[in-house]
Design a binder for this molecule. Structure first.
Ligand SMILES: Nc1ncnc2c1ncn2[C@@H]1O[C@H](COP(=O)(O)OP(=O)(O)OP(=O)(O)O)[C@@H](O)[C@H]1O
Length: 239
């Protein structure tokens, strides 16, 4: 069953058509990699699905409801959440308090929200850091915290924006294992990622965007050998 669906979505920024009639779907329990060269339009697609930007044309559907143009908090309550490329935890707040912001979505009671947030931190191997200010975490720790914050909202579909950027191979493999375990728990994942090792390791399917258009939608091995995809990555951006 299709959980998230972009139908002929276009987004114009003044004279620039950042997204041009893009259609694709993410099915329940799938992990889809959304890839493309710098400036292709990936973040713009995320921003439209999560309620931070409205499409200029087209429709976005999530779990049977039309969500384009709806406010971000409403979309989050429906179970569609995103992380941000630039990790900005509330630095002076503790790691635990950062995660509790997410768990308050389902708990009015502070003690319950705290217990829930602690369970998420244990799951993420971060329980021993619960009391320390978020700013004291390493980059890998802040990336993990970013995912923990959104997992605390109990999403049905998680959109991850470049969670591997800047990590070492070992740190990356740890996050890959964590994302796999979330998928095994039934979370559907849409992943924007430049690192091909991570994309190939995690994605059931890959959607490739180039100059705002979808140029490929296929299994990772097929996409990696598609001439249009190879050209998009190697051909430069002189046009
Ligand atoms: N708010 C905005 N106003 C004007 N132009 C924008 C805005 N946001 C994005 N763009 C432009 O739209 C195009 C797509 O940008 P977007 O950030 O979605 O690409 P991306 O695929 O996420 O790139 P990257 O991989 O570098 O993060 C780019 O040309 C960008 O400059």
């Amino acid at each position: 069953m299709s959980l998230l669906e972009f139908r002929d979505v276009t987004r114009q920024f003044g004279g620039l058509r950042a997204i041009d009639q893009v259609s694709f779907e993410v099915r329940e329990n799938e992990t889809v990699g959304l890839i493309g060269p710098n400036g292709a339009g990936k973040t713009t697609l995320f921003s439209m699905a999560s309620g931070f930007l409205a499409p200029s044309a087209g429709e976005i559907w999530f779990s049977g409801a039309r969500i384009d143009g709806r406010p971000a908090p409403e979309i989050c309550r429906r179970g569609l959440v995103r992380t941000f490329q630039i990790v900005r935890p509330f630095g002076e707040m503790s790691v635990l308090d950062n995660v509790m912001i997410g768990s308050f979505l389902h708990h009015r009671d502070r003690a319950e929200a705290r217990a829930d947030a602690l369970a998420v931190l244990r799951r993420f191997g971060m329980a021993e850091r619960a009391g320390q200010p978020a700013r004291t975490l390493t980059l890998a720790g802040r990336k993990r915290l970013e995912v923990a914050k959104v997992i605390a909202t109990r999403p049905r579909l998680l959109m991850l924006d470049e969670v591997m950027a800047g990590l070492t191979r070992v740190e990356m493999d740890e996050i890959i294992a964590l994302i796999r375990s979330l998928r095994d728990d039934g979370v559907t994942i849409l992943l924007v990622e430049h690192n091909m090792h991570a994309v190939m390791a995690l994605s059931d399917r890959v959607v490739v965007i180039h100059h705002g258009r979808k140029i490929c939608d296929a299994e990772p091995e097929v996409a990696a050998n598609d001439p249009a995809v190879v050209e998009a990555y190697l051909g430069g951006d002189e046009e």
